[in-house]
Design a protein around this ligand. Structure first.
Ligand code: GDP
Length: 601
């Protein structure tokens, strides 16, 4: 009911573009939105900012008031901007409308001091994939040393008021940022130098703290929208409403309700709606449409007021029966005078398009919305990590159960993106040995999982190496026979490889390796040790031979490597053993293969 008054000749109306604010944590998304919300005339006056559910509408009059000389309102016929305004809820960037992005345009906030960070890159990937036009707000320019703040002024005016030193420091920071963008294949420049925003990303220096540059930011958003989104903004205001579920939650006095961003048509309090859910689409009758009360009335007890109808673009709360299974990120459609089955099919098709393909085996993935589930699945797909089950919602005990029955240990894992882990799920994970990875950053989940797998593989290799015979060539030292036999105790020097406790001992004097006995103990300077490395001199107790009969001082002996072990060493562990040991292995294999070319293959 706010933005539907800019009718053009075709009878269609241009709606407000939906703006998302993305960026790394602490780079200033909330502050920037607060600044835009705060820098405005009092609610109730003409052209005031209005608070929606999950969104803030800034009408064109207000944009031009904030932007001052930068904007001539007669240049525009779009009615303003609708900011999705819960940026803490990171996955707004992944919300969809009819397969595209819910946001028509975006602000990517980057702290000029901090530059590119994981969530910056993640946001860029998402913007790129969904082909959402965006501008970069290079935030916190007021932190430049020596900065002289110019409250709410356009950035060039503020820039002109700075010292040379402050200007050049800021310039440097901004060029670093432009460099970062170009490293990610975005040709970017200061917004006033960008001629063609379709090919170049505009960078707007701003401060959410002082409001400097905010006029520019709004101007650029308005201009971009007008230029590139005008066609997409034409809607039939009387058409059946279409929207996306932001959140499903209890509303006092109304039961389960859904927060929705409506991007097309109108929804009325008498409508029947179709909503995507965890099961079949839900077909239900609207019980109430709720919007926040205007500021002037905020003191009344109820925060929301019931309205008769809402027209896109807008954020609202819809109360209706049977919404318990509705899903964040799912489509909402007003039935209107269409066939119920057609609309149900449409919603199903959209859900299927958003769906994630799962494999027979893999990890369990949970996320807060369908869109974020999709983004997560893409990232895991790229990293070639299979997914066995992907759902929207908190981590519940049954998710842990699914993970615990995985075929391989590395799949006994639950990946939780922007959701909670229920207490009994955490308990069960503990007892079942299931790992749960939690983060609000997709990148980090992929990295943490990969690190976990690598660590596990390393531990497994170590365990294998502990249990496998290792090649060693060693020599009995002259005049170091401490005991003749039972066992023979002799001084040896390990020439290559690793001589381990319990190794069997052979020589290669005949054309067959001859088994001589087994190492029963190794001592280095009187201390018992488990092994001796190449170059070390130790005394060794060998059970079996007698010095002077089967073995002699000066003899060259080998640790015996069973054929199976030799095969594992040569085929799987060559990267895990030291170079000298590898050399010993090759000599050992050669000796065997002179007799049997296929030995150990
Ligand atoms: P978000 O996590 O991206 O929503 O970041 P916030 O808006 O919560 O900002 C994080 C911190 O940076 C807060 O302490 C803000 O006060 C501070 N901050 C945000 N924008 C600016 C700015 O333009 N200048 C300065 N000096 N501080 C800022």
């Amino acid at each position: 009911h706010t933005d539907a008054d800019a009718a053009d000749a075709t009878g269609e109306t241009l709606r407000t573009p939906i703006v998302a604010v993305l960026g790394h944590v602490d780079h200033g998304k909330t502050s920037l939105l607060d600044r835009i919300r705060g820098s405005t005339v009092i609610e109730g006056e003409a052209g005031a900012i209005t608070q929606h559910i999950g969104a803030t509408a800034v009408p064109l009059e207000t944009v031009s008031e904030i932007a001052g000389s930068l904007v001539d309102p007669t240049d525009f016929d779009l009615p303003g901007l609708l900011f999705i305004d819960t940026p803490g809820h990171h996955s707004f960037s992944t919300l969809r409308s009819r397969g595209g992005a819910l946001a028509d345009i975006a602000i990517l906030v980057i702290d000029v001091n901090d530059g590119f960070q994981p969530q910056t890159i993640e946001a860029i990937d998402i913007l790129q994939r969904t082909e959402t036009p965006f501008v970069v707000a290079a935030n916190k320019v007021d932190t430049t040393p020596g900065w002289n703040p110019q409250e709410n002024t356009p950035i060039q005016q503020s820039y002109d008021a700075q010292s040379d030193r402050a200007r050049s420091t800021l310039d440097e920071r901004l060029y670093d940022l432009i460099g970062d963008l170009s490293d990610h294949d975005f040709s970017a420049d200061m917004y006033w130098r960008v001629q063609n925003f379709a090919n170049n990303v505009g960078v707007v220096p701003v401060s959410a703290e002082t409001g400097e540059g905010v006029p520019d930011l709004l101007t650029v958003l308005m201009g971009l929208s007008q230029r590139y989104l005008k066609d997409a903004m034409a809607i039939d205001v009387d058409g059946p409403g279409a929207g996306t579920v932001l959140e499903v939650k209890e509303q006092k006095g109304f039961g389960t309700a859904i927060d929705v961003v409506l991007y097309d048509g109108t929804v009325t309090a008498d409508d029947t709606i179709v909503v995507g859910g965890t099961g079949d689409p839900i077909v239900t009758d609207v019980r109430a449409l709720l919007q926040p009360r205007p500021l002037a009335e905020i003191r009344t007890e109820k925060r929301f007021e019931e309205v008769d109808s809402v027209t896109a673009a807008a954020g609202l709360k819809i109360a209706a029966p049977d919404l318990d299974d509705a899903m964040a990120g799912a489509p909402v459609r007003v039935l209107g005078n269409r066939e119920r089955e057609d609309v149900v099919t449409e919603v199903e098709a959209e859900l299927a398009a958003l769906g994630v393909t799962t494999e027979e085996q893999g990890v369990v993935v949970k996320a807060d919305t369908l869109g974020s589930l999709e983004a997560l699945a893409d990232a895991f797909g790229e990293a070639e990590i299979p997914i066995v089950r992907a759902e929207v919602g908190d981590v519940a005990p049954r998710d842990v159960t699914v993970a615990s029955t995985a075929d391989e240990e590395r799949h006994e894992t639950v990946i939780a993106f922007s959701v909670d882990v229920l207490d009994d799920a955490a308990d069960r994970a503990d007892t079942e040995g299931v790992r749960i990875f939690e983060s609000d950053v997709i990148y980090r989940l992929v990295e943490e999982y990969e690190e976990f797998i690598e660590e596990r593989e390393r531990a497994q290799q170590d365990a294998i190496l502990d249990n496998i015979a290792r090649p060693a060539r060693f020599r009995l030292l002259p005049d170091h026979t401490f005991r003749q036999n039972d066992p023979a105790v002799v001084g040896v020097e390990v020439m290559t490889g690793t001589l381990k406790q319990n190794s069997r001992v052979v020589n290669f004097e005949g054309n067959q390796p001859e088994r001589l006995g087994q190492v029963k103990g190794i001592q280095e300077q009187g201390e018992d040790v488990d092994q001796a490395r190449a170059g070390e001199r130790v005394s060794v107790a060998i059970d079996g031979p007698t010095v002077g009969r089967q073995i002699e001082e000066g003899d060259e002996l080998w640790s015996e490597i069973p054929e199976k072990h030799a095969k594992v060493l040569e085929q799987e562990l060559t990267d895990d053993i030291p170079a000298d040991e590898l050399e010993a292995l090759h000599v050992y294999l050669d000796k065997h293969r002179q007799r049997d070319p296929f030995w150990g293959k």
